[in-house]
Write a new protein. Sequence first.
Length: 368
Amino acid sequence: MMLRPRIHDFYVGRTVLVTVLLAWAVLTGLDAMLSLSGEAKNIGTGSYTFGHAVAWSAYTLPRRAYTLFPMAAVIGALMGLGQLAATSELTALRALGLSRRRIALSVAIAMSMLTAMMVVNGETLAPWAQEKADALKASAKFNTDMAMARYSGLWAREGDTFLNAQSGEEQLTEDGGTRLLLHDVRLYRLDADGRLASLTHAVTARHDARGWTLEQVRRDTFGERSATRQTVASEPWDSDLDAAALASGLAKPRSLTAAELRTSIEYRKRNGLDARDYEDTYWSRWFYPVNVLALCLAAVPFAFGSLRSGGMGKRLFLGMLFALGFLLLQMFFGRMAGALKFDYRIAYALPPVIMLAVSGWLFKRRSS
């Protein structure tokens, strides 16, 4: 009976939802405008136009909304509760017998609905739209016939040769440059009649300042009635494929769903490849709803003290301070997990635990 929604739950929830949506719209709009202005440097590269920049920014909106929602949630919750505190409505609710925990639960119920929507968005619309945005930019900037297949890695074409790579990454070199590594590469070459003339498999294709190099190569050449196989440890590959275009077309962890991230992690570990970036993104998805609710609950105690006297600027400052502090905690533990190679689940569990511990301590202090 105690958990059944009451009229005060709808009232507190509505107030908080309105301020959260307002903060969310402002943050997402500002971020989208900044991203669009940042695309100005790419206009004129290849066939990339202002229209492409606008389309790219529009495609990235679902991901931006997903990323900025935790910050908007804590800012909006503090603004909404601060508004109720400033008008003594929280005091009136307390006088009716509602505890601080019950009011906090009202906030959590309201935020859980938006959080559930964002979790669905993070697994459906956001990855799909981000993949479309990356493909749009790559094809326009580099004028390449290139596509990403979710389960087959990268596909690209140069003349009569089709390239397929299961995965890849860019690496920094000792001289400050970059090199591109493609893993599990297959090159399909067609003859003039469109039939398969040869199939080349390379464990690794590397591009650096000297050009392309294939390593651990196995090549099958097909005649009308025969087939021959050749194996070499390493050989140069004379190709004009743009490494920058290929790198931009590789599937980024943020463009994958949780299930696809899990598949990528298993594949990379099975083949001795670095999976830390994928693990980082994978566990951030799992802890996303926990982080949002922890942030909002940690902000509730301030509504019963410091927010009762103070304007909108103070509430906005506290909200941004909370969000920034949480983001720094998360970045710190995430970097530590990557550097020290401990479990990312620990890295993502610690920030909300710390925030909730601080919130619980403040609750007890203000209740005493």
